[in-house]
Every structure is written in structure tokens, then in C-alpha cells.
Design a protein around this ligand. Structure first.
Ligand SMILES: [Zn+2]
Length: 331
């Protein structure tokens, strides 16, 4: 798992530029003897298992990560950027960014009177250029960057900038590797694009697949740190969470009941999740066509949308066991 996670979190993939993550996934699929995938016109990667004449479960994890897009280059070579996905300006000064071709930038901040004035208009990115022309030789308006935060392991915990949702991609891939051929229903594993900017890839691919059920595999916030901003009973290391609700979806009771039953029957440690802010691909899947009963398997993660996204090794292993058990159960 560590090696796979290191590769996946190290791949460059802000929303809209998922091609390097997709290439890596395609390579992994090829190595496991599974070249039978399709890439749709938006870039979603779909891998199908089981008899397509049976009911279909769409299982989605998003390839994209939050990042930054260059909006303007100043005369003196400093870059202005806008967030791609939900990133708070107040946590950014001093952080390192990485552009696709390896260029590093540091985020700086203009003088402000009060901390609450800090927004993206007061931030700039320094790539070491001393003029507009110098900067333009390396970077163009519209180029994107991500946090420069490769994978580290401390104790039983993994830390990386793109854990949201490469952890989910790793769980899908590992499940695919271990899933038997004979299944009670058909499963479409989808690695989606542009989740972080509004569940866009999932919306389009759900229409194509026309599933009977939907399941997103994504990270969720925990409440187990000192004085957390949001109270939630989800903790790191206590197992995958069964989503009940977030801002994008109220999970279908049939799906959540099935998930709880399977977790209990198979003795898989699990938790229940009600997320007050944030959404996931299940939000788009459940509204596709005439509606799709959907749920989500959430991987507990601290410090979401920062370079320090942290997940627990056992939670990942238990997420794979849980997904394997769910997909071998008749829905
Ligand atoms: Zn996510």
C-alpha cells in the first residue's frame, strides 16, 4: 500500500489536469493484467467487472486534487493565483508549490493590517523570476500548481498533499486487484475528474453508466484533534466511515443499512459520519438521470486540503476489506 500511495500522491493532478494520475492508474491496471478500461471524453477512467446484464454499482474515487491556477504575472515576475477547489488563504504564506514541470514557487503575502484581510488578492507566488519576461519563460497564465508535499510515513500514519482522494484511488485499485471474477452484480470502478470544483466528472460519467446504485470512496474530516473546528465523532484509525450525510447528499437508507450490515457481519471496524460541510461524488451520482440510491465509504483524514493530509494505514486496509465485502454482497 505504501509504495502505491507514494506513487499516487506524488502524481501531479489539480482538477482539470488529471492526465498524469490517469496514466499512472492505467499503468497499474496493465500490470495487474486488466487492460479493459475506457477513458470518456472528459477524462474519467472506467474499469468494469462482472456481468453487465446484472444490476450495476458505480464505485467512484476522484483523481483530481486541490491546487492553484496562475491568473496574472506582475512586471517584477511575481505570480498571482486563484484556488482550484477549496483552499483557505490564511494557511498559505510560506508554503511551497510545485508546477507540472517541476518548477517550485513559494507563497508570499502583502502587508495587511489585520489577519482577516488575508485573501487570495493579497497573496503572490515567487518562482525566483526577476521580470515579467523571465517569469513568462517558465510559466503562462492558466498554468496550475499543487502543494509540494510528497508522501511521508510516521508510525502508522501516512502524510501527503494529495491524500484527498488518491487514498480513495489506492483503495479502488487494491480492491480491483483482489476482487474475484464471480460477482452478484456488475461493478463499474470509476476514477473521476474535477470533483474538487463541483463533482463534474462524476455527473457526466453517471449518465453514461446509468447505474442502479452509487458509492463514492473519498476522505472525510475527523474530530479527534485538539478543539476541532467541527464536532464529528469520526477518528483516525477507528475504521472506514459510513457516510450518512454531507452537503451534497443524504445517503440512501437502503445503501447505508446494507453498509452497516456488511460491516457488522464481517467484523470490520467502522464509524458513522455526518459531515456538516463538504461534498463528494455521491452528490452528483445520486442525482443522475431519474435518481440513483447512493452512499459513500469515507476514509478518515486530518488536515484536508492542506499539504499535511493524514490517513491511517489500518483505515486504508479496512477500507479495502470493506469494499471487497460490499461488492461481493447482493445489493
Ligand atoms: Zn475528495
Amino acid at each position: 500500500m505504501k509504495e502505491l500511495l507514494a506513487k499516487l500522491t506524488g502524481a501531479f493532478g489539480p482538477a482539470g489536469r488529471e492526465e498524469w494520475v490517469r496514466a499512472l492508474l492505467l499503468e497499474e491496471l496493465k500490470q495487474m493484467g486488466s487492460p479493459d478500461s475506457i477513458v470518456d471524453d472528459l477524462g474519467n477512467l472506467v474499469v468494469s467487472r462482472g456481468n453487465p446484464e446484472n444490476k450495476i454499482i458505480l464505485v467512484a474515487a476522484h483523481m483530481d486534487q486541490v491546487g492553484f491556477m496562475v491568473t496574472f504575472i506582475e512586471e517584477n515576475g511575481f505570480l498571482r493565483v486563484t484556488p482550484v477547489g477549496g483552499i483557505e488563504a490564511k494557511s498559505l504564506p510560506g508554503m511551497r508549490l510545485r508546477f507540472r514541470d517541476g518548477i517550485t514557487g513559494v507563497i508570499g503575502q502583502e502587508k495587511i493590517k489585520e489577519q482577516k484581510e488575508l485573501d487570495f488578492s493579497k497573496l503572490y507566488v515567487d518562482i525566483g523570476a526577476v521580470s515579467l519576461k523571465g517569469a513568462q519563460q517558465q510559466i503562462q497564465v492558466g498554468d496550475t500548481a499543487v502543494f509540494d508535499a510528497p508522501l511521508m510515513m510516521e508510525g502508522n500514519r501516512y502524510i501527503a498533499g494529495a491524500m484527498d482522494d488518491r487514498a480513495g484511488c489506492a483503495v479502488l485499485l487494491e480492491t480491483l486487484r483482489r476482487l474475484p471474477r464471480d460477482l452478484p452484480q456488475s461493478v463499474c470502478f470509476v476514477f473521476t475528474v474535477q470533483e474538487e470544483v463541483g463533482l463534474r466528472g462524476a455527473q457526466a460519467v453517471s449518465y453514461r453508466i446509468n447505474p442502479h446504485f452509487g458509492l463514492a470512496v473519498d476522505v472525510t474530516r475527523t474530530g479527534d484533534t485538539p478543539e476541532p473546528q467541527f464536532k464529528t465523532p469520526v477518528s483516525l484509525g477507528k475504521g472506514p466511515a459510513i457516510k450518512i450525510r454531507d452537503s451534497s447528499v443524504i445517503c440512501h437508507p437502503r445503501v447505508t443499512a446494507l453498509m452497516r450490515q456488511v460491516a457488522e457481519d464481517k467484523n470490520i471496524p467502522h464509524q458513522l459520519e455526518v459531515l456538516e460541510q463538504g461534498g463528494t461524488d455521491a452528490g452528483a451520482i445520486h442525482l443522475s438521470r431519474a435518481g440513483v440510491p447512493s452512499g459513500a465509504l469515507s476514509i478518515p483524514c486530518r488536515y484536508i486540503h492542506t499539504p499535511g493530509e493524514m490517513v491511517d494505514h489500518n483505515d486504508l486496509e479496512n477500507s479495502v476489506s470493506f469494499l471487497l465485502a460490499l461488492l461481493q454482497t447482493k445489493w
